[in-house]
Design a protein around this ligand. Structure first.
Ligand code: C2E
Ligand code: MG
Ligand code: MG
Length: 585
């Protein structure tokens, strides 16, 4: 295309040199003029030079002008070049044939110079306008179909291409792969280095991804940091895997953002047509879900779509969604399991255990949803509800004649993230419910101490100063460190039930338990043993000298109403005839 200051080029085709000279003199100065003296020469010149307009004689030896004109129209390179027929033939039939062969205008010899110039100018102006229109159209198409930032196809064009790929796959019975790629830590870059850096990262990531696929493949940006890749014909899974690995490698290499080296990674989900989806939308949904699985698996990795995993992920996602509302919908409730003094069978207290009464799934137990609640951070809110509800219940039981029961509540590591908030919460709840701090026992686990040890420890000491008891739960399963135990204000050690479950005389667990109890004595700690299920286990534990026991042998966790019945002696405590049953009074 020519810029306005360049003169347009006109190709004059005529077998008579006089005619060429005449036309040339009419146009010279205003246009750049080229000549051809025959049909064949005209075709060659038109294709090579792409003139802006052609003045074409009809009667020429070898090939006539109509044929040349029709040929130019059929040729992709020349079909847009306007052709004006210039002929000595005066009949209407010639004119008709001229237009039929694709000419845009018709001049008769001898030519009238001003008319030639006017017709040419008109055709060139028309052509310019058409070109501009096309350019605008092209821009509009780009805006509608391409992502402005990265220049990649956007969601709309991706969907079109995916549809095409599915149709081609159906027609030719071949397979292809769809990849969903998500950048790990993109949000972090945006938040810490700013949106400019985020944009640079996206542009560079797009470029790198394009560099590892073929021209015929599509790399698209769906929005945010979500990309897709259509590998147009993937014969085997291994090919898709190879490309996915290359993409991961590219994304792992450091990016330079604002003069700083930044390392991120990617997660890739792969779905194969037609096995993982016979329609574009199903395939996209499943590639997306596979990508989610890759993220779950710890990022910087790839996952093929799997129906089974998909079911799990879908369930997880809906549980996660529903958990947000479960608090308001009152779907959580607490069970209480008594703790019993091993020597007397007296109920010393109870542990509050969280349950979720889910509308579809029935009652869910902690291991089915606590990890999720920790993953989403919801555990902080839920944990506060647990503490408040448990203290309220225990305060009621105190009023009902059981004022010395110790209430144990489990805490999650996340609740210690903002130690001050936890302290305030405990204080507020104790005040609000009137439950005494000395009867509250907070259970923590060793794994909780693995990160942020100093901060957690400081908060524990403050809780202790408030009069609250700290218990180390599941002791023996984590990184049981004596040094740690000595530094923390722990007063109660709960020996994990895995040691109790396989307990019989002479077992190695019996030796472990002896050692743990001896150590606890040394440190002046109170010992609770969890998971007591049989009389034999109880006997061994008693002989080792543990203080309290907790387990199905005596009682499973009970609902609030049932627990009160238990306290009143209207439900018998288990443990068979051999165990004396006392109710604390
Ligand atoms: P945990 O604190 O060690 O609680 C004791 C678990 O052992 C309870 O499981 C209880 O039902 C079970 N158990 C008690 N006696 C026996 C027995 O004789 N045999 C066997 N096999 N199991 C027994 P549950 O209720 O499923 O709770 C599991 C874990 O979930 C708890 O372990 C605790 O770590 C956590 N958890 C429970 N409620 C809460 C809560 O409100 N907040 C937090 N953060 N964690 C909680
Ligand atoms: Mg516990
Ligand atoms: Mg435990």
């Amino acid at each position: 295309m020519k810029t306005p200051d360049q003169r347009a080029t006109i190709l004059i085709v005529d077998d008579a040199p006089d005619n060429i000279r005449l036309l040339g003199s009419i146009l010279n100065g205003e246009y750049q003029v080229m000549f051809a003296t025959g049909g064949r020469e005209a075709m060659v010149c038109a294709v090579a030079e792409l003139p802006d307009l052609i003045l074409l004689d009809v009667m020429m030896p070898e090939i006539d002008g109509f044929t040349v004109c029709a040929w130019l129209r059929d040729n992709e390179k020349t079909l847009d070049i306007p052709v004006i027929i210039v002929t000595a033939m005066h009949d209407a039939d010639a004119e008709t044939r001229g237009f039929a062969s694709g000419a845009v205008d018709f001049l008769t010899k001898p030519v009238n110079p001003p008319s030639v110039r006017a017709r040419i100018a008109a055709q060139l102006a028309l052509r310019r306008q058409r070109n501009e229109l096309e350019r605008v159209n092209e821009q509009l198409r780009e805006l509608a179909e391409f992502d402005i930032l990265t220049g990649l196809p956007n969601r709309k064009l991706f969907q079109d291409r995916l549809q095409q790929a599915v149709r081609a796959g159906e027609r030719n019975q071949w397979t292809f792969a769809l990849l969903f790629v998500d950048l790990d830590r993109f949000k972090w870059v945006n938040d810490t280095l700013g949106h400019d850096a985020g944009d640079t990262l996206l542009i560079e990531a797009a470029r790198r991804m394009k560099s590892v696929v073929r021209k015929s493949d599509t790399v698209a940006r769906l929005g945010g940091d979500e990309f897709t890749v259509i590998l147009s014909d993937t014969l085997q899974e291994s090919m898709a895997e190879l490309v996915a690995h290359k993409i991961l490698e590219q994304l792992c290499a450091p990016f330079t953002l604002k003069g700083q080296e930044v390392v991120i990674s990617g997660s890739v989900g792969i779905a194969l047509f037609p096995g993982d989806g016979a329609t574009a939308s199903e395939l996209a949904r499943n590639a997306d879900s596979a990508m989610y699985q890759a993220k779950e698996a710890g990022r910087n990795t790839l996952r093929f779509f799997s129906q089974e995993l998909n079911r799990l992920v879908c369930r997880r996602m809906s549980l996660e969604r529903e958990m947000r509302q479960a608090c308001q919908k009152n779907e959580f409730f607490l069970d209480y399991q008594p703790k019993i003094k091993s020597t007397t069978g007296q109920i010393m207290g109870m542990e509050a255990l969280l349950r979720w009464d889910h509308c579809r799934e029935g009652i869910l137990f902690p291991k089915q949803f606590i990890p999720m609640a920790e993953g989403t951070g919801l555990i902080v809110q839920i944990g506060a509800w647990v503490l408040r509800t448990a203290c309220r219940d225990a305060a009621c039981w105190a009023d009902d004649g059981f004022p010395d029961l110790k209430l144990a509540v489990n805490l999650s590591a996340l609740q210690f993230r903002e130690g001050d908030k936890l302290l305030h919460l405990v204080q507020e709840i104790l005040q609000e419910t009137g439950f005494p701090a000395r009867n509250l026992e907070l259970e923590i686990t060793e794994s909780m101490m693995m990160t942020n040890t100093e901060q957690v420890s400081a908060t524990l000491w403050q809780l202790r100063a408030m009069g609250v008891t700290i218990a180390m739960d599941d002791f023996g399963t984590g990184y049981s460190s004596l040094a740690l135990l000595k530094r923390l204000p722990v007063q109660v050690l709960k020996i994990d039930r895995s040691f109790v479950s396989d307990l019989h005389l002479g077992s190695s667990n019996a030796a472990f338990i002896s050692a743990m109890i001896a150590m606890a004595r040394e440190l002046g700690l109170h010992v609770v043993m969890e998971g007591v299920e049989t009389a034999e286990q109880l006997e061994i534990l008693k002989s080792k000298g543990g203080d309290d026991v907790q387990g199905f042998y005596f009682c499973p966790p009970l609902g609030r109403a049932a627990f009160l019945e238990l306290l009143h002696g209207r439900i018998p405590l288990g443990g068979g005839a051999g165990v004396p049953f006392f109710v604390h009074s």
